[in-house]
Write a protein that binds this ligand. Sequence first.
Ligand SMILES: CC(=O)SCCNC(=O)CCNC(=O)[C@H](O)C(C)(C)COP(=O)(O)OP(=O)(O)OC[C@H]1O[C@@H](n2cnc3c(N)ncnc32)[C@H](O)[C@@H]1OP(=O)(O)O
Ligand SMILES: O=C([O-])CC(=O)C(=O)O
Length: 386
Amino acid sequence: MALPIGPAEGSYSPGLEGVIAAVTSISYLDVEHEQIVVRGYDLIELARQMHYPQVAYLVIYGSLPSADELADFNRTLQEQAALPEAAYRLFQLMPRTTEVMDAQRTVISFLAGFEDPAELRDPSMQANLTKGVRLLARMPAITANAYRTVHGLPPVEPDGELGFSENFLYMITGARPDAQAARIFDMSLTCYIEHEMPNSTFAARVIASTLSDIYGAVAGAAASLKGPLHGGANEAVAHMLLEILQRGGASVAEAYVMEKLARKERIMGFGHRVYMKRYDPRAHLMKDYIPQLAGRRPEGPELYRIYQTVEQVMLREKGLFPNADYPVGLIYLLLGIPIDLYTPIFLAARTAGLVAHVAEQHANNRLFRPRVLYQGPWGRHPNGQP
Ligand SMILES: CC(=O)SCCNC(=O)CCNC(=O)[C@H](O)C(C)(C)COP(=O)(O)OP(=O)(O)OC[C@H]1O[C@@H](n2cnc3c(N)ncnc32)[C@H](O)[C@@H]1OP(=O)(O)O
Ligand SMILES: O=C([O-])CC(=O)C(=O)O
């Protein structure tokens, strides 16, 4: 029997590959020219030459800040960085088995309740940006304290003297970071800040398209980002590198990859829906900082050799290049950041991009509601009669 599939016929693309889902002026992956275009700038140049708050301002407001605008923005990020006391009580209620990313997502939802109800539901550009910047300011404290509480560590309050990225690292480790760690961490946040229409941003825009609020949209994006095919890959990369180290180091790395590929398993941190068989420009940038960080841990040089071997084998065997999560997974290891924070950090950095996307969606909204290619049965009746 011919399937009555209606208007969707011929337009189905598994995983929505190649489908244009939105008109945007935020960012674009110009694969041909190996550029991530963010508000007209090359993201890699921005990461090299600017600090995260400057790029966050650009992503959110559409233009780079003047000196005064940047000072105001930094002040706002600092003034709004602390969490309401109740958030710490909520952390305490969570089972110690809670994953950091789930604790982070839960507190994001919880914080919606601290907005004025009318403001929370206000989808205007100004209301979205105000709420979005407040959420961005709080993301380091949410993220670091999500980790600290589920691991039974005392909470840490933001240090009002530190900038966004330094403060973030400080709250994670409990110690003020040195200049090298702070700079490279800041660059990693900029690399993660915005990336066109990944699954998590799409999830946020789908949620926002019902005129739901920004907290719900970011919480939805968090759930999406957690998956190992998306942001969760940075944690999987670190686990893989450590597993290879434990099994013998760089000398067994090739065999490790070959065995996984023979079992048709994926090597995390490689491949990308849009870049496909091309290099992710962020991976290029971040990789260059690994050698200078390798000396920070005794096993750093060996981890770097493992990293290089896996990369060579993946290129030779699959023609696949690393994505951003591959170098960042190792960089965070070398910086001594606990592994279950890697994806929550990615979400914290991506919050600026999500804020811009939710605001843009609300400013020019049409409900997302696609159709299906139905392949189930037809003509059944509950009483079994024809
Ligand atoms: C920041 C980010 O979110 S970047 C992405 C992070 N995710 C990862 O690193 C997870 C590992 N990578 C992957 O699973 C994929 O490359 C994805 C999910 C990112 C993109 O996948 P898709 O565009 O859906 O490609 P698809 O899954 O169809 O893969 C195409 C082919 O490449 C292979 N392939 C893709 N990535 C990998 C990988 N990492 N390891 C091994 N094989 C891979 C697939 O097995 C498939 O091969 P086949 O055609 O012989 O069956
Ligand atoms: O673009 C994607 O599909 C995933 C990605 O690299 C990101 O979100 O940074």
